[in-house]
Ligand binder design. Structure first.
Ligand SMILES: [Fe+2]
Length: 123
């Protein structure tokens, strides 16, 4: 929502996002039913890539290729940023969130399912 206020996508772009979300929801639901371990691993990798992408986003802001516009009010409220926060601070906050999601999902993938989840007991 914060980036939506900055990028201001048109109705066609919004429709594409909704369709992509519907397709991904269906795929991910089926994957989760088949293997929650794999689903969490996949999200862990997605979140890793998100951290890389937001790091590149910060580099583009620092190089002045992307304007460091004022942060939207919704972002200031959600991440509890200073009232004069700018896009760079929003991207840093989002990247920190994504790093947390990466760790949580890889953590679930490490502990869920698999043949070692319920090892045989002796006797
Ligand atoms: Fe995330």
């Amino acid at each position: 929502m914060a980036f939506g206020q900055i990028a201001k996508p048109n109705w066609f772009e919004r429709a594409l996002v909704l369709i992509a979300q519907a397709l991904f929801f269906t795929f991910f639901l089926l994957l989760y039913i088949a293997s929650s371990k794999t689903a969490h691993r996949l999200v862990g990798y997605f979140e890793e890539e998100a951290v890389v992408s937001y790091t590149r986003y910060l580099a583009e802001i620092d190089a002045c290729h992307i304007a460091n516009v004022p942060a939207p009010d919704i972002a200031i409220a959600y991440w509890n940023l200073p009232a004069d926060a700018r896009l760079r601070e929003v991207v840093e906050a989002v990247r920190q969130d994504e790093a947390g999601h990466r760790d949580v999902n890889h953590g679930y993938a490490d502990t869920l399912g698999g043949t070692l989840a319920h090892p045989p007991t002796n006797g």
